[in-house]
Design a protein around this ligand. Structure first.
Ligand code: ZN
Length: 140
């Protein structure tokens, strides 16, 4: 069960919550060991094309501002975000917009604690992978 491995849970870092509200620790690209992605907010040339070119990540409304999340934007929730949100609600049982509204209301710290509980694998306690709908750590 990988006792020497570092936990993939988020220990309170904004670096692992993308501006769209995605929790990077639940992402397959983050959890896999091969071609591991360090998270949306961390620059890395090895990242997948789709992540580097993400239209939300590269949104001009984030340039030269102190905005950290989409809910801080006057266009929230914009069509880009709504499309992403719909896809994730339908396919992966999670909502970016809900996440962002939680962060706006209760703060990032509480959101992360809640996320770590919400997505914990019932067998090993690690965060499951939303894209695989299961736990990669213990294969349950
Ligand atoms: Zn597990």
């Amino acid at each position: 069960m990988g006792t020497n491995k570092l936990s993939i849970k988020n220990s309170n870092s904004i670096l692992l919550i993308a501006s769209c509200g995605m929790n990077c620790t639940l992402c397959y690209a983050y959890q896999r060991t091969k071609n591991h992605c360090p998270g949306c907010r961390i620059e890395d040339e090895q990242k997948a094309f789709s992540c580097v070119n993400c239209r939300i990540k590269n949104c001009m409304n984030f340039k030269d501002t102190s905005k950290r999340f989409c809910y801080e934007c006057e266009s929230f929730p914009c069509n880009l975000l709504r499309h992403l949100d719909k896809r994730y609600r339908t396919k992966y049982n999670m909502s970016m917009i809900e996440n962002l509204e939680y962060i706006k209301k209760d703060g990032l710290k509480k959101f992360i604690v809640n996320e770590n509980n919400r997505w914990a694998c019932k067998i090993c306690g690690e965060n499951i992978c939303v894209h695989k709908n299961g736990c990669i750590n213990c294969s349950n």
